[in-house]
Design a binder for this molecule. Sequence first.
Ligand SMILES: [Fe+2]
Length: 609
Amino acid sequence: MTPPARKPAGKAASKPRAGAAKERAEAAKPRAKGAGKAAARQAGPAKPAFAEGLAQALAQVQALEQKLLMQTAKLQVMQEVARVSAGDVSQDEMLELFMDVVLQVTRSEHASILLMEDDGGHLRFQCVRGPASPLLKTIKVKVGEGIAGWVAKNGQSALTEDVARDHRFTGSIARQVNVEPRGILCVPLKGRRGLLGVIEVLHTEGRPAFTIDDLWSLEGLANQIGVVVENASLFSNHNEEIRRLEALTAASTVVNSTLELKELLKLVMDLAARSLRAEASSILLKDKATGDLLFDIATGDAAEAIKTIRIPRGAGIAGHVAETASSLLVPDCSKDPRFFKGADEKSRFVTRNIIAVPLIARGVVIGVVEVLNRMGGGTFNDADLKLLQALAHQSAVAIQNAQLFHDLQESFLSTVQALAQAVDAKDSYTAGHSSRVTQYSVLIAEELGLDAETVRKVRLAGLLHDVGKIGIRDSVLGKPGQLNDEEFAVMKSHPAVGGTILKPVAQLADVVPGVVSHHERFDGRGYPGGLKGEDIPLLGRIIGVADAFDAMTSDRVYRPRLPDETALAELRKHSGGQFDSRMVKAFLSLYDKGLIITEPSQFKGGDGA
Ligand SMILES: [Fe+2]
């Protein structure tokens, strides 16, 4: 059949209608003849004029039926317009409803609504009916290729009764999905701003062939559907823009909210998963030494399981993204050979689709951020990809800053630990004392429910509490027997000396009071300040209990360690006197839970004997 381009209006447009009516009249003739014979049996010879009249009447009835069908279809479309305007249905749901109408009007079972991609050069199968539906959704049609491509390129309809004789039909998609259409009806889907896509209906074996009336009916529907699709698209774009702005506003708050790396990563992840409506998300950071990617943090049910996974450099989708510094949107992971199945196997999570975007800070890839599985079973789109890229762009430098801050803190802690070891090495009787006191003190602080920052200060104060012993001469520090008054006075100066040593270090300003006050007593009989009760800094009261317990349960050169029970009894006895009763209570509770573990005595003859 001739190209199916529909002429705009007037005579040319009315001709085929008349032709179709004639065809139907012809088709109706045999039935008219049969009716004539019946009439002849009753009323004598057949009258040709009667048969012709009956045929015309039948044709008119069919035309009226078609008109009624169209009116009903248009009404259905109008109802959808109202529902779409009210925001009740998504674009996909709306297209499914339109598809019902298209199939009804064209009396077909195979049809597709293809929408134009953002690039303007391809059509994607957005809504498909027929056995090849799942396969078609993975295929794109180049504008200009095949019948649908021809319609998209020219903006004109096509009606092909026999695809084998239509040079525009390439058959490449038909072969891919194993469908053999006989004829094709394809009309453009236009909006006020241009072409939105095409509607394509297939005529397959055993179904009635399409007529020009079908073409016009479909065009009429397409005009209405086009307006609705365009409005829905504008509405969706508007919502998309709001979602994007909300996400980016939240991101700017998130990235400035903390320098704590884990906390920052969690905030970024939660924001990415929420903004992109993903089932799970993860951040993989690059191991600087090997280039491998490590699942630093993940959200979703399988978060803990995948944190132990290391992805070798360049492997998997994330590895590819990190190596090429370019994003990937994978709509179906099962079909992408790059997909690394290890994470799914370990976590028992089934990744259907994924967006992976590189985290680039100061021109260097520091990791990859991923969102997995669009909620509700759908797939991610280009708008989602752009949104994740924008989030990654905003987050990358903040993540790198947090990494640097974390490294700085680690390096500072290492320096403090080295200093603590130097102190312990100087006082040979107290090897390991500083680290044990630190361990007990941190446990007490956590038992008291203190915040992370205070716990951090407790850790530093615990490590450094005896740093002042560096300034105590060896003859006093290493004396095996009892100290005389002068020596004891020298020894008692170590908390204040510690304060003097640490004072120039700005990062330790909050820690110094804990170091200076660790020998104060709750009853006011301690040193160096004779402070009483809660006038003693919190850190000092915590370390005081930890220090006393470790001193009692450690060997001295002149005595073996005391049994744990004896040391605990001493803490109980002096609770509220030498020690803050809150700290003693917390410590006893920790001991009961089995969290305080002491080492056995090195003295021959047993523990504490
Ligand atoms: Fe001390």
